[in-house]
Design a protein around this ligand. Structure first.
Ligand SMILES: [Fe+2]
Ligand SMILES: [Fe+2]
Length: 475
């Protein structure tokens, strides 16, 4: 029987098979076995279009998978130059930047003339008069920029500026200094469209299971698995589970080993391979008609420096074997649910190692609650169009050809984990999600001042862009 005959014959029996199964010699018994798995049996009352609508559609737009190699000082220079140019390109399009000149050309202007420059913040200090003083650097040179405290609105913005971010400055020229009256971020457009899909379908977002930890909330996670398979929950929740086509898992899948001193005391499963095996055993229970999109976090096996490549096969072999798993890097950009008439939603996944730095170092965020205001941190990063603008906010690989942490394409959904909070918010039509966790509070977290909100799963309705949450804790 030819390949297409085989597919047609099976479709007539209401069975849709994955290509790997087609390689097998499908006996009658095997087909009956497949039919018992509701995930691959089609409802014959549906039209072909409806059946196709039900199938998940995932395109990985960006996943970093370059081989590790020794990096030199030259790589750092090229990396920062690349980042500068990428962000400069975004800022120079802004109308406020008319008359833009490079920093080395400022010297040929007269004092009191208006200037516009773009630079990376090399130094930031507060003068004894409480003004903000910056040293801004571009590829041609550097210059001091002062933001006076009486310029209240800009001064408030300037207090939040962080080292190494790229900004535009508009101001008046003094002697070897620019007195700034406006600071421009690469930011995202005010006109970003709120894209909505043509049919009702859901994407679920979870992260930070820390499988293998003594503190893993096993009972709650089992409730999640039961819900997503349509076995528990209210009628509405069951309906959503059935219509869920995508499950995003945003890092810290396992607890890992040797992540912090004395961690072995907190481990239930001491071997990292066994931790992934146990996770895969749970995930294999999820109907295979739902795609699992998986990125690593800082507790996972492999390189911690960002971008983190997709999980290594030799540690997480059992995850790679799941037929519905799509394993991507951290960060990654993934498009879901596109059709001929709908371009789909772009999901930016970033586990979020850098978030804590900005919770602690950005004055307005720190004063508003620090890590409890992940929404503000995510907005801050979108405005900077970078997932970790400051050198010391994360560990990173200085790739000489690109900076994968630049937010080049503005996503529809921006997802992070790491902080173990459950928040949903929106900035300029981008949905911001921080995706809870599945562990009890540990001493280590208490020491770090974390206040987790565990056991939650977010459900995004692709058609309405509304987000709902189910709290599995204490149910
Ligand atoms: Fe975590
Ligand atoms: Fe983490």
């Amino acid at each position: 029987m030819s390949f297409s005959d085989k597919v047609s014959s099976l479709l007539e029996q209401g069975v849709l098979v994955s290509p790997d199964l087609l390689d097998e010699n499908l006996s009658k018994e095997k087909v009956e076995d497949i039919k018992k798995e509701s995930s691959v049996v089609l409802d014959k009352r549906k039209s072909k279009e409806e059946i196709l609508d039900d199938l998940p559609r995932v395109k990985v737009l960006y996943s970093y998978d370059k081989k590790s190699k020794k990096r030199s000082f030259d790589d750092f220079v090229k990396f920062f130059n690349f980042r500068f140019k990428a962000l400069e390109r975004l800022i120079r399009q802004r109308p406020e930047m008319q008359g833009l000149i490079s920093i080395s050309k400022v010297g040929i202007k007269e004092e009191k003339e208006q200037v516009s420059i773009i630079g990376m913040i090399k130094k930031k200090s507060i003068t004894k008069n409480n003004n903000v003083l910056l040293i801004l650097e571009d590829l041609s040179g550097q210059i001091s920029v002062l933001i006076h405290k009486n310029n209240k609105e800009v001064h408030e913005i300037a207090k939040d500026l962080v080292l190494d971010e790229v900004v535009g400055v508009v101001g008046v020229l003094g002697r070897n200094i620019v007195f700034s009256n406006n600071v421009i971020f690469p930011d995202i457009s005010l006109n970003k469209e709120l894209k909505k899909g043509p049919t009702e379908a859901y994407a679920v977002f979870i992260s930070d299971f820390h499988f293998g930890s003594k503190f893993f909330l096993r009972k709650e996670f089992e409730k999640f698995i039961d819900w997503i398979n349509g076995k528990t929950g209210s009628e509405e929740q069951k309906r959503i589970a059935k219509k869920t086509k995508y499950v995003f898992l945003c890092g810290d899948l396992v607890e890992g080993v040797g992540v912090y001193p004395g961690q072995e005391e907190d481990l239930e499963i001491p071997d990292i391979k066994d931790q992934y095996r146990e996770l895969a055993r749970y995930l294999s229970k999820i109907n295979h008609n739902k795609k699992l999109i998986i990125c690593p976090g800082n507790h996972d096996a492999g390189r911690i420096a960002e971008p983190q490549p997709p999980l290594y096969n030799d540690f997480a072999e059992d995850l790679w074997k799941l037929p519905n798993a799509i394993i991507v890097s951290n960060p990654a950009l993934v498009n879901i649910d596109s059709t001929e008439d709908f371009s789909g939603l772009d999901i930016l996944l970033y586990h979020g190692f850098s978030l804590i730095y900005y919770a602690n170092n950005v004055e307005s965020i720190r004063n508003a609650g620090g890590q409890k205001r992940v929404d503000l941190i995510m907005k801050f990063l979108l405005q900077r169009r970078h997932l970790a603008p400051t050198h010391e906010s994360n560990m990173y690989i200085p790739d000489s050809e690109e900076d994968p942490l630049v937010i080049d394409k503005v996503p529809d959904i921006f997802v992070t984990g790491h902080i173990h909070r459950a928040t949903v918010s929106q900035y300029r039509n981008v949905t911001l999600l921080n995706t809870s966790c599945w562990g009890e509070i540990t001493e280590d977290q208490e020491k770090r001042g974390l206040e987790p909100q565990p056991g939650r799963a977010f459900m995004l309705n692709i058609q309405t862009r509304k987000v709902k949450v189910i709290n599995f804790l204490g149910q």
